[in-house]
Unconditional design. Sequence first.
Length: 534
Amino acid sequence: MPKNKPQSPSLAQIMQHAGIAYNARDWTKAEKLCRSLLNAKPDYFDALNLLGIIAAQTRRTQEAAELLARAIDAKPDSAHTHNNYGNVLRELGQFEGAIASYNRAIAIKPNYAEAHSNKGVALQELRQLEAAVASYEKAIAIKPDFAQAHINRGVTLRDLKQLDAAVASHEKAISINPYFAEAHYNLGIALQDLKRLDMAVASYDKAIALDTGHAEAYSNRGNALQELRRFDDALDSYARALKIRPDHEYLYGSWLHAKMTVCDWNNHDANVAVLVTGIGQAKRIAAPFLVLALTDSMPIQRQAAETWADDKYPASPLPPHARTQNRKGKIHLGYYSADFRSHATSHLMAELFEQHDKAQFELTAFSFGPDIKDETQIRLSAAFDRFIDVRMKSDREIAELSRNMQIDIAVDLKGFTLDERTGIFSHRAAPAQVNYLGYPGTMGAKYIDYIVADPTLIPTESRKHYSEKVVYLPDSYQVNDRRRAISEKVFSRSALGLPTAGFVFCCFNNNYKITPHTFDGWMRILKQVDGSVL
């Protein structure tokens, strides 16, 4: 009798082997088997779906999108495939399409927690923050122990400036999974925003203990340590982050700034050359404020500002500001700052606010700094027609409030300094927006219309390096308060550790502004002036 021929494996059996290979992370074999199935049956859903997943996981994102779209054509009622397709579209930056895919997945499977959470991520990318929170909360309602959804919710609440709620969300994620490094990391960011800096450092330390390669945690830990004035520790933290990820956004500038803060000038010229080259290539290598102390190249300073503004605070998709036609009455000025308190900015400006002609101008302060009711803040509150605490409002909410109040001219007193809120102006808070005092460099943002300066600060030939139109004051752009109390204390040389005779040279700048070349010049001067000290 003739022997029976061995039967060829069925398509289902080949698919089963592909699944086993995939689960064993032998993706090459799994892909080969899937492609053989498609040769036999081009619309085989399971093969198209698995190939799409493999392509997505191997960063072939466009190919993944094409394969998953074919899989959906073959089986339109697969909620998981719609969800995966949404993830791929999100990776491609097609956020509206991603949301549509997540909605299809949810329509098929309403209790699909992952699809609700992923939809939240896409909404967050579109800066539809309230809608994103709602999506995360739907995911959490379906699956209360969904740690990633709690984290995503916390990140979005932080963007909405609901910082206490953000902390609680991350703490909930940690209670679900104490070993989730990302939860500890994001908790650290929210705590840092609340100026609970020691607690923030502790959270970053936990994230790093769980994930020793967490460059972002090292970098943000460095930022918190800088604020705590633990400069050597900050430098070490930045250096560790840089070793893990040399191209991490803006990290190189933070590291170099920390080196300057502790006067570590090793390889200074070479390091600055790397910085300048990176900025010239529009790389996200340094925050613009840090660049001012490292190079006097105005084209480079402008490029750094433009890169930062385009990345961090792109112009809002909101419609253009509705200008009021033939409006009568007072001009409504809005001043925006985190420093309406005992702070250098307010020490300079207090009397200016008081000197406004109230017959012609109406003044509103938008304060996003601490509400501490110190003597300066009480004085400033009295100088304004309205003093509004907007700490817990998002940038967009503050811009919308400004529009509703019909602010005519919005004056940003922060620029790109600590606690900046440039995003307010990216939403066009007022028809005219002005950069003044806090940051007298260019902001490189198309929505900042003017900068107030003087001919010394910005000589005529330097105007081309500013994206803003320059409004010149005749003498000095820097206002001063005539009512500031001056100490009557008389200092002696001996009390300050100075010799009884000899000329005393002084520098009242922060360490990071002192370059080795400047210091060399000082040393030459000291040598030539007998008995002088620095």
